[in-house]
Design a protein around this ligand. Structure first.
Ligand code: ZN
Ligand code: ZN
Length: 279
């Protein structure tokens, strides 16, 4: 099916505005898309507004929440939540504020390493979106401190790098519950590399998890099969997406590039219908 349920816009670190993304999705004849910005639902209203002009396209309001477990970062996708939910918005803005102070602290660390960056410029690159490590990496590249984007993560701001700063923590089960309590459907994003996922799943399911992102841009057939079997075992819906951020391909794949089985999308939509989230 021509669908893509994992997309970033300028409301986080994507390069297209929500309305540009809708236009591109229509040009590509996509039938169902979800906007899933990092720790933000701020792109959803503008996208919803524009998508009204295109009845052939179903827009799912979404979010991708960053959470932590020891030694690993887990991303939780939320679909169909009430984007005006007070608790959801409070928690997301708390995460974004911590992201901002974190970026500032990383800039300070880079300075002590002899690699000063203009923090105002980092903020300007982030625009209305939440400031993150990709923006810092971009400035490092512009300053000539590194010769390619990846080096920033490999040598400086990756998890084990000398300029890395931890984020304010949210647990995956808390993010799952946050989405569920806002009336949404929580799904584990790109779960293939989560160590011990099978031991963790029951707790997430207890808190409202309904799906696993199985058809992901970077996954091969073997990984997809493994995740589909896991989803089957725990009665979870399989979802999928490209994790599109921009056309440079430095994060995620091209818009609409993932082949998601029609029945997966239909299961998600019918669960949303069952729960009265869509008509
Ligand atoms: Zn992610
Ligand atoms: Zn993503």
């Amino acid at each position: 099916m021509k669908a893509d349920l994992h997309l970033h816009t300028t409301a986080s670190d994507g390069s297209l505005t929500p309305s540009e993304l809708i236009t591109r999705a229509v040009e590509l004849n996509l039938e169902v898309i979800a906007i899933t910005d990092h720790d933000s639902v701020e792109g959803v209203p503008a996208a919803a507004e524009v998508s009204r002009n295109y009845p052939q396209l179903t827009l799912i309001p979404g979010v991708e929440i960053s959470t932590d477990i020891p030694n690993n970062e887990i991303h939780v996708l939320g679909y169909f939540m009430d984007c005006s939910d007070r608790k959801l918005n409070d928690e997301l803005s708390r995460l974004r504020i911590s992201r901002q102070t974190r970026a500032e602290k990383m800039a300070q660390k880079l300075k002590t390493l002899g690699l000063p960056i203009d923090y105002e410029h980092v903020l300007a690159l982030a625009g209305d979106g939440s400031v993150g490590r990709p923006h810092i990496a971009k400035v490092m590249l512009e300053n000539g401190y590194i010769s390619e984007f990846r080096e920033a993560f490999d040598n400086y701001i990756g998890r084990n790098g000398p300029a890395y700063v931890e984020r304010e923590k949210m647990l995956p089960e808390e993010a799952v519950a946050l989405v569920a309590n806002a009336g949404g459907l929580p799904v584990l994003a790109h779960p293939a590399d989560i160590d011990g996922i099978e031991e963790l799943l029951p707790l997430y399911i207890e808190n409202g998890l309904i799906g696993l992102e199985t058809y992901y841009h970077w996954y091969n057939q073997q990984t997809i099969k493994r995740l589909a079997n896991l989803a089957d075992k725990y009665n979870l819906i399989t979802t999928g997406g490209s994790d599109y951020h921009n056309d440079n391909g430095d994060a995620g794949g091209p818009l609409g590039s993932v082949d998601i089985p029609r029945k997966s999308i239909e299961k998600l939509l019918s669960l949303a219908r069952e729960k009265g989230l869509i008509s």
